[in-house]
Design a protein around this ligand. Structure first.
Ligand code: PHE
Length: 341
């Protein structure tokens, strides 16, 4: 019987060698260590053996069983190591490779420019007030001292709509009425930033939509000196202490007296260049002392209150700051432009 046992052991070990995977291992285990494996049948027959043979065969069968179990776990451990090696090789992670770059979003240059101007005004005690982009004729013109058919309405190339008396605002000035009506008779120091729309021929200097900031201060004893001081201070806070400004007399129906104000051209520092048409100055906007009729329309008694107002072309300021030569860049959505800010 002993040679038979040796044979069983050899067969089993030989069958184990070529096994390469879990499934193979499992069927080997069933075939050689399972209930009906040849070795197990030997155990079943031990009872039929003679007294002398029984311990000898039994011991040897047990020895083989342990040997097969050891071979089985050695093989399965070897297979596990092999599989590990294989995944380590094929799925090798090179930690020195550069990572995937994030695309980081950012503010549109117009927005960040707007924010820096708002910050300057905030430092001077102005609060932001929002007013609508779609207005009635009354707010766009009537309450700003331009009754229907007043020729001054032609100063703004306005987009009218199919709805009677409704138009896109061509400037932020109608917001003056909104904020005054909201706060009268309290004093006001407010800025009103927002998009304006004009039916313009598009060019390097003109777009059909652009941002303005309306500046409005209403209170007792507000003077033209306050207006000049605020505007020049804005220029200095934005462009440095040596920035020069100038005021030229102008006409707006809703301010009296009225002016247009210029910032020194930063491209030539006042010497004169193509951008400033050889004047050394760039027009930024209109301003003036709030007209008594407008104060009244806002709910203030012009005998007691006075105020100043100014309109600010924010893209103009951005163009000055960054030497941008064409206003169309702002809304063209060209990444080559936007990426620079
Ligand atoms: N709203 C005027 C414009 O857009 C500018 C302005 C604002 C003038 C405030 C006077 C006072 O042309």
């Amino acid at each position: 019987m002993l040679p038979e046992l040796d044979q069983i052991e050899q067969n089993a070990l030989k069958a184990l060698e070529p096994i390469q995977d879990e499934a193979g291992l499992e069927s080997w285990r069933i075939a050689h260590l399972g209930r009906s494996a040849p070795l197990m049948l030997v155990f079943d027959q031990l009872g039929k053996l003679s007294k002398e043979e029984r311990p000898v065969i039994g011991r040897r069968a047990n020895e083989i069983k342990r040997a097969l179990e050891a071979a089985f776990s050695a093989r399965s451990e070897a297979l596990r190591q092999l599989a590990l090696q294989r995944t380590l090789q094929t799925e090798r992670l090179d930690v020195t490779l550069p990572g995937r770059a994030f695309t980081i979003g950012r503010l549109h240059p117009t927005t960040s420019n707007m924010r820096s101007i708002i910050r300057v005004f905030a430092d001077m005690g102005f609060q932001v007030y929002r007013s609508p982009e779609v207005e009635t004729d009354e707010y766009n013109f009537g309450l700003l001292n331009m009754p229907p058919h007043h020729p001054a309405r032609d100063m703004w190339a306005t987009f009218y709509t199919n709805m009677p008396n409704v138009s896109l605002r061509p400037h932020t000035s109608p917001g003056q009425i909104h904020v005054m009506r909201a706060y009268a008779p309290e004093p006001i120091r407010a800025i009103l930033p927002g998009m304006c729309y004009r039916y313009e021929q598009i060019s390097a200097r003109k777009e059909t939509q652009f941002y303005q900031i309306e500046v409005l201060a209403v209170g007792e004893n507000i003077t033209l000196g306050d207006l000049k001081g605020t505007v020049s201070d804005l220029a200095r806070r934005l462009f440095g202490p040596n920035m020069r400004t100038r005021f030229r007399a102008a006409y707006f129906p809703f301010t009296e007296p009225s002016a247009e104000y210029d910032f020194e051209c930063l491209l030539c520092h006042g010497k004169g260049c193509a951008v400033c048409a050889w004047t050394g100055w760039l027009e930024i906007g209109g301003c003036g002392m709030v007209h008594p009729i407008v104060l009244q329309n806002g709910g203030y008694d012009p005998a007691r209150f006075s105020g100043f107002a100014a309109g600010l072309g924010t893209e103009r300021i951005m163009m000055l700051k960054h030497h941008i030569e064409d206003i169309r860049y702002f809304w063209a959505n060209d990444m080559r432009f936007l990426d620079q800010f």
